[in-house]
Design a protein around this ligand. Structure first.
Ligand SMILES: [Zn+2]
Length: 58
């Protein structure tokens, strides 16, 4: 219905997340490019995703 808004914890840019964004989903800040993990969805809270060798993109 409505998008979720949050802020990048790194650069404070406002991020718009899809309404169906799930907890522990990874998103990328469109401003600084940092990979962020959704740690909570209501309200949306983001934290910098841990660097990992695993490929989450597939
Ligand atoms: Zn950012």
């Amino acid at each position: 219905m409505s998008n979720k808004k949050s802020e990048c914890p790194i650069c404070d840019a406002e991020l718009i997340l899809a309404d169906d964004t799930l907890q522990s989903e990874l998103v990328e800040c469109s401003d600084c490019g940092t990979e962020l993990e959704v740690v909570s969805t209501s309200p949306v809270e983001l934290q910098e995703a841990p660097q990992t060798e695993e490929d989450w993109g597939e």
